[in-house]
Design a protein around this ligand. Structure first.
Ligand code: FDA
Length: 395
């Protein structure tokens, strides 16, 4: 038996549910299938369980994409304010944190509940634990063979997400489907991901795991991010590191300013004049936790002398290493802990206004499966909402 529907969405994550609810609100018959046993799993664990669902200060520049203009239309058609309206309509209380990030007061479950209620209102049929076996193009629409039978649809929306967190149901299926239809898939790699340290660096910093400080981190080809940096058992994490990871190419060093609000050369010169007998470690401890101050001295091989006795080489090395430390990570933690996937379905082959494939009418890609990656701070969910919405208006 073949089930007929107007729109079939593969993937009941953030973008898929938004797309389904939007298409259903237009009166389209919509079905969503997902191989997971629960919808919106990533939403549920996001933002420490409170879902950082959007950002007040959203700009196209907060996104990485092969075509930097691509995100503009969808983000303008469905803005952060539109999503906030929906959140308010559903009575979900939220609050703002640093940098305009909006989180639920209570639980990310409320966002999933809201999306499912929107889907329900439009009569969307949700089929979980459903595998896609094959997809073929018909003269009109598509035929999709699945573990629950054959489904025929006019529009097919691929909302299968990226590769991060395979435990949560992530798969490469969306990329394979894109390739089946002749679309280009740009190389993928983990984004918003902690760095691991090289063994010799790890020896020094691992005992400091748990220490965090405000630092500026910049990859060679990216902006500088001044946020928290956290030392972990494996390396470094925290928002400043995760943000920079989106821009770092494998093998490259990142520049780390451990004291972004201090001109270390100037502060050191002043301290030498005022307190020439003060030990270097004592002075560093005025700026860093004591254990980190001690480690920095050992790591860089400085002598813990009175400030007045430091030689020229050390006086030059201290500002360089504190304000412009060139840290070469061992690598990154990969998809196991990455929040997002960089790369994916090439946007050149998609309409930026509708997310429809230019060469295959009726085929849409939404959310993270495509080559659009946002900064940390609610930008990735907003892309899921915006791209899902515009596809839902057109599928
Ligand atoms: P998503 O991954 O949400 O959904 C894809 C769906 O497709 C899944 O339900 C999956 O099971 C299904 N699927 C995959 N392959 C399939 C197949 N072959 N057949 C059937 N179904 C299939 N972003 C943000 O803005 N704020 C935040 O607070 C966070 N926090 C966060 C924490 C953690 C731990 C992670 C891993 C990620 C985040 N993110 C985030 C990123 C955000 O979760 C992500 O960008 C969006 O969920 C992407 O939405 P999509 O709908 O594209 O994919």
């Amino acid at each position: 038996m073949t089930v007929q529907t107007d729109v079939l969405v593969i993937g009941a994550g953030a973008a898929g549910l938004m797309c389904a609810a939007t298409a259903a609100a237009r009166g389209r018959r919509v079905m969503v299938i997902d191989h997971a046993k629960q919808a919106g799993k990533k939403i549920l664990i996001s933002g420490g369980g409170r879902c950082n669902f959007t950002n007040l200060y959203l700009e196209p520049a907060n996104y990485l994409c092969g075509n930097r203009h691509f995100v503009k239309s969808a983000l303008a058609q469905y803005t952060q304010w539109d999503f906030i309206d929906m959140v308010v309509r559903h009575g979900i209380a939220y609050h703002e944190r640093d940098h305009g990030q909006l989180f639920c007061d209570d639980s990310a479950k409320e966002i999933v509940k809201m999306l499912l209620a929107e889907c329900d209102n439009g009569g969307v049929q949700l089929r979980l634990r459903t595998e896609v076996e094959s997809v073929s193009k018909l003269d009109q629409g598509f035929a999709v063979a699945t573990s629950i039978g054959r489904i025929q649809c006019q529009s097919l929306v691929v909302a299968t997400g990226g590769l991060s967190m395979p435990k949560l149901g992530a798969s490469a299926y969306g990329y394979r489907l894109a390739e089946q239809f002749g679309l280009m898939v740009l190389p993928t790699r983990a984004g918003l991901v902690p760095f691991t340290l090289q063994p010799q660096d790890k020896l020094h910093f691992e005992p400091l795991s748990g220490i965090s400080l405000t630092a500026t981190v910049a990859a060679r080809r990216g902006p500088a991010f001044t946020e928290q940096l956290l030392i972990t058992h494996r390396g470094v994490s925290g928002p400043s590191v995760l943000q920079a990871s989106n821009y770092r190419q494998p093998g490259e060093a990142v520049s780390v300013d451990l004291l972004p609000s201090v001109d270390v050369a100037e502060a050191l010169a002043q301290a030498r004049q005022a307190h020439p007998k003060r030990q270097l470690q004592t002075w560093l401890s005025e700026h860093f936790p004591a254990r980190l101050a001690e480690t920095l001295i050992a790591y860089h091989g400085w002598q813990n002398l009175p400030l007045g006795q430091l030689n020229k080489a050390t006086l030059e090395a201290i500002p360089a290493q504190l304000n412009r430390w060139q840290l070469k990570p061992g690598g990154d933690e990969g998809y196991r802990t990455a929040e997002v996937t960089l790369g994916g379905v090439d946007t050149d082959q998609l309409s930026s206004k509708t997310m429809e494939c230019k060469t295959v009418p009726g085929l849409f890609f939404v959310g993270e499966v495509m080559d659009v990656t946002g900064w940390l701070g609610g930008f990735n969910f907003q892309w899921a909402w915006s791209s899902g919405y515009v596809a839902g208006q057109n599928a």
